[in-house]
Design a protein around this ligand. Structure first.
Ligand code: ACK
Length: 927
């Protein structure tokens, strides 16, 4: 159909039967007998439809010229195929020359035999292709040049590479290229729920075959490839990334409820860290670190712990350390303690956070300070699991003394041929009580090949046995209980050729003494007037905290009197830890306490290092009251937590004998300790001890606890010379108290330690923090006088009377003026005028920071020599003379000491001059 016969009308449309006897239409021509045939048959306009190469399949029969009878040479066995490209779909006349020849078509060699009725037709099928690229369509034409031919069908088609999906990319139905060799590059598009992995491309070959697939797509997260498409993961499965091979089962402790999960949700209580891959099981934060142990070494603390019991299914447990510096005091919001971060000067090795090891050395801590360390255990899911997820364990420690800082300068005086005197200042940071100095020196030329060492308790030393005119190098270092500090930098001094040191010439030493004394006493008197005038207002701003006046801050931890508990056992178990007796090893008896022996021993509590302890026991056959009194001390002590208060480790109440276990204080009680080391400490060292006691007392007063028996005998000293307040028994009225025998506690209406007690407490039992301050003044006096008995051997009645009359203990030998002034302030008659412990502590801190203020002692304050007009001797002239120099208030003191005339006083001046050789203070007249 659609073939046009040309004007010559040689082609004919003929119906014939095909092999199945179905009628078909053919175009035939058979002018084999006539020469010069040129018969055209052309098609309708055929739209190209995007094709670039079309195929023309022609089915035809052709008569073999030989089979035609009488045919001459005009018979042909071929026909020609032409095409003509055109945009015009209705060209009615097209010139022959407009057609381009495609090919000459011949019949096959072997003619297919087709029986058509009585005839046998030979059906040929020939296919030719032609490039049609220039117009919208084309016409085909068949030129017969004298053959006998029947066109059965002409099929025109083009080829496409069919729509296909390769590597999850869809490639559309694509028309092949113009040339037989051309490849059409086609870009695929990713199938639904997929994304490009690499640009998907394929080539469409001329024969309609896809070639060389490149790139492709991947199923989106939550989808996997099934049958060339991306299908959602089923519930219980997930696919996190497009590159994952397929959906995987949810990891442990997680689930997915809906199809298409890209990640599985964790079960309740399980978590996933941001960095955890979705394939990882859900996990939990770790439990707290275990068995935190601290070992204090001077100002360093080694902390060790064991990993948490539960790691939560992870292996990334890390630890971080929180360092808190804790003061005990009234600002407290938790348990009487105020803690603040330690600050940046503390060093942590190997680090403070992100620790993977379970040991940290914390250094550069302050000496004598209370710290709390909190070790947090974290892992990758601690944050995800919300606030408070970091499990922690804490430990509180108190640092010891540290080695002192180096001595910064050394001076040489009295240089001779063979000797010189060295002196130096105390190190800037003594970090504790300095026990001695070590001087190392050598001849400069010798370097350090041979050197000598000298040790001294004072800050000076006479170096002898030196060579004349030789340069020596000196280093000095200080030692505290914590050990030696660093040596100072080298100081060089040269001996000279003089046999004697150079001193001021022609000075009469007696004259020198008197003039110094005169100047000294003037200075003293003017200082006294100044201090007294200032003192009036110094402490009065802060009212003493008597019970009525005290305004308690809410949240401040207040001491609870165990006797307010009906059941004393309830109090003891509230405030003291019960210790299993098997963890105590008693080693030796160290003394007798009020209720029985005091022993030393060792205590091993699980998870802690073994420590030395003191063990007080309650002797057998005790009464109920004794038991209650004995345990009351532990109930009181257990409420305190301060570096200068003796620490209660626990009690044994479940078996006999009952025991109170406290920390062990190697140097025993302070009074005995000082007596043993008479004169061996510097003022700063003594002030350091006093500071500790004041700090402990401030803590007690902040807690509203009144000690009532503050005395050096009730202060204990440990191996680092740290002083701690002890003896919290409420039962010091007991008969067998050793002080009772010496009259310490005698008073009407109860036993009171008279010499240590404020007058209002003696007179009408008004015990307050202010009366503790009075006692503290006495302790100061005890300390500075190295354990001297207050008021020496005066009897209690005389002491009470002397105090009543205004007499106060004089400054002990070498006592800095400021310290004695502080004592006098503590002994103000009006208790509201006495300083508070907080003011005392501030004052002592100031003194420690400015040691220069301690230099001025009353040591040179000898009595001014009486002038001639008083030489008429006798008591009256002594009184007149004292008045003339403004010291008449010492009249009674002098009298009490047996000095009732100027004569006897003049004799005393000789005693005063040799005062450095004797420490018999009782007889010394010290103003
Ligand atoms: O002066 P001392 O050696 O110290 O003698 C007394 C004795 O026991 C009777 O009280 C000593 N003592 C008391 N408690 C302790 C303690 N925690 N550490 C060391 N010694 C102590 C005290």
């Amino acid at each position: 159909t659609g073939l046009y016969k040309c004007a010559c009308l040689k082609w004919e449309e003929v119906s014939i039967m095909d092999e199945k006897n179905i009628p078909i239409r053919t175009y035939q021509v058979c002018n084999v007998l006539e020469p010069n045939q040129n018969n055209w048959l052309r098609t309708d306009w055929i739209p190209r439809s995007g094709a670039q190469r079309v195929y023309v399949e022609v089915k035809f029969t052709l008569r073999d010229c030989n089979s035609l009878p009488g045919v001459t040479g005009t018979c042909k066995e071929t026909f020609n195929l032409y095409y003509h490209e055109s945009n015009e779909d209705r060209e009615s006349y097209i010139k022959e020359s407009s057609f381009i020849k495609v090919d000459t078509v011949a019949a096959d060699e072997s003619f297919t035999q087709v029986d058509v009725g009585d005839r046998i037709m030979k059906l040929n099928t020939e296919v030719r292709d032609v490039k049609v690229t220039t117009r919208k369509g084309f016409y085909l034409a068949f030129q017969d040049v004298g053959a006998c031919i029947a066109l059965v069908s002409v099929r025109v088609f083009y080829k496409t590479c069919p729509l296909t999906v390769r590597n999850l990319a869809t490639f559309p139905d694509t028309i092949t290229g113009a040339d037989t060799s051309s490849l059409v590059e086609v870009r695929g598009s990713c199938v639904n729920q997929s994304e490009e992995r690499e640009e998907p491309k394929m080539y469409c070959g001329a024969d309609g075959e896809w070639l060389v697939p490149i790139g492709g797509c991947l199923c989106n997260p939550g989808y996997e490839e099934r049958g060339g498409a991306c299908k959602a993961c089923r519930a219980g499965f997930y696919k996190a990334k497009s590159t994952d091979p397929g959906c995987a089962k949810c990891p442990p402790h997680s689930h997915s409820l809906r199809d298409g999960a890209t990640i599985c949700d964790c079960h309740a209580g399980f978590f996933r860290a941001d960095t955890d891959p979705p394939s990882m099981a859900c996990t939990q934060p770790p439990s707290a670190p275990q068995q935190l142990i601290s070992v204090v070494n001077e100002t360093s603390v080694v902390l060790e712990w064991t990993p948490p019991h539960r790691l939560g299914g992870r292996s990334d447990t890390s630890y971080s350390l929180e360092c808190l510096i804790c003061q005990t005091g009234s600002h407290s919001h938790t348990g009487g303690r105020f803690c603040a971060p330690c600050g940046s000067d503390v060093l942590f090795s190997p680090g403070q956070t992100g620790l993977t090891t379970t040991r940290v050395v914390v250094s550069e801590l302050r000496a004598h300070t209370h710290y709390t360390f909190i070790v947090h255990a974290r892992n990758g899911v601690s944050q995800a699991s919300g606030a408070g997820a970091a499990q922690s364990v804490s430990v509180s420690v108190t640092t010891n003394q540290a080695a002192p800082s180096p001595v910064s300068s050394i001076q040489a005086t009295d240089v001779t041929r063979h000797s010189l005197s060295l002196s130096w200042q105390q190190p800037d940071r003594p970090n504790g009580v300095i026990l001695e100095y070590e001087v190392k020196f050598y001849e400069k030329d010798q370097r350090e090949r041979s050197y000598r060492i000298m040790r001294t308790f004072s800050r000076s030393v006479d170096v002898t046995g030196l060579n004349p005119l030789t340069v020596y190098v000196f280093h000095v270092r200080a030692r505290t209980a914590a050990g030696y500090g660093e040596f100072s930098t080298p100081f060089e001094f040269s001996t000279n050729s003089d046999p004697f040191p150079l001193i001021g010439e022609g000075v009469n030493s007696a004259f020198l003494l008197l003039s110094v004394s005169g100047v000294g006493i003037l200075l003293l008197i003017s200082a006294a007037v100044f201090i007294i005038s200032r003192r009036r207002s110094k402490y009065s701003k802060t009212k003493q905290d008597s019970e009525e006046e005290k305004h308690l801050n809410p949240g401040v931890k207040i001491y609870v009197d165990p006797f307010t508990y009906e059941d004393p056992d309830q109090a003891i178990h509230e405030f003291a830890k019960e210790i299993d007796v098997s963890s105590i090893h008693i080693e030796k008896v160290i003394g007798m306490g009020e209720f029985g022996e005091v022993c030393s021993g060792r205590l091993r509590v699980q998870g802690k290092r073994e420590i030395y302890v003191a063990i007080k026991s309650l002797k057998a056959g005790y009464s109920d009251k004794q038991r209650r009194d004995f345990l009351s001390e532990a109930s009181i002590m257990g409420q305190f937590d301060h570096p200068n208060i003796i620490r209660l480790e626990g009690v044994v109440t479940r078996c006999k004998p009952l025991m109170i276990i406290t920390e062990y204080m190697e140097n025993g009680s302070l009074d005995a300790f000082l007596r043993k080391h008479d004169g061996q400490f510097t003022v700063i060292q003594l002030v350091g001890m006093l500071r500790g006691i004041a700090s402990g007392m401030k803590y007690l007063s902040d807690m509203n606890y009144v000690h009532r028996d503050l005395a050096a005998r009730n202060i204990l000293v440990n191996s680092n010379l740290v002083c701690k307040v002890s003896d919290f028994g409420l039962s010091r009225v007991l008969e067998d108290d050793p002080e009772a025998a010496t009259g310490t506690y005698l008073s009407p209406g109860g036993k009171i330690p008279i010499r240590w007690t404020a007058p209002e407490a003696i007179a009408y039992r008004k015990f307050t923090t202010a009366s503790d301050v009075w006692s503290y003044g006495i302790v100061m006096w005890e300390v500075v006088s190295y354990g001297e008995r207050p008021y020496w051997d005066m009897n209690n009645q005389d002491v009470i009377k002397a105090i009543e009359e205004g007499y106060r203990l004089p400054a002990p030998m070498d006592c800095p003026v400021v310290l004695h002034q502080l004592m006098l302030d503590c002994w103000e008659r009006d208790r509201a005028e006495r300083p508070t412990f907080s003011q005392i502590l501030n004052m002592l801190d100031k003194l420690i920071r400015n040691p220069g203020t301690l230099r001025r002692t009353g040591g040179e304050r000898y009595l001014q020599y009486p002038q001639a007009q008083y030489w008429s001797q006798g008591w009256w002239s002594l009184c007149e003379w004292l008045q003339s120099i403004g010291l008449e208030r010492y009249r009674d003191t002098l009298a009490a000491a047996g000095y009732t005339s100027l004569d006897s006083l003049l004799a005393l001046t000789h005693q005063v001059k040799i005062k450095h050789k004797t420490r018999t203070k009782q007889k010394q007249l010290r103003l």
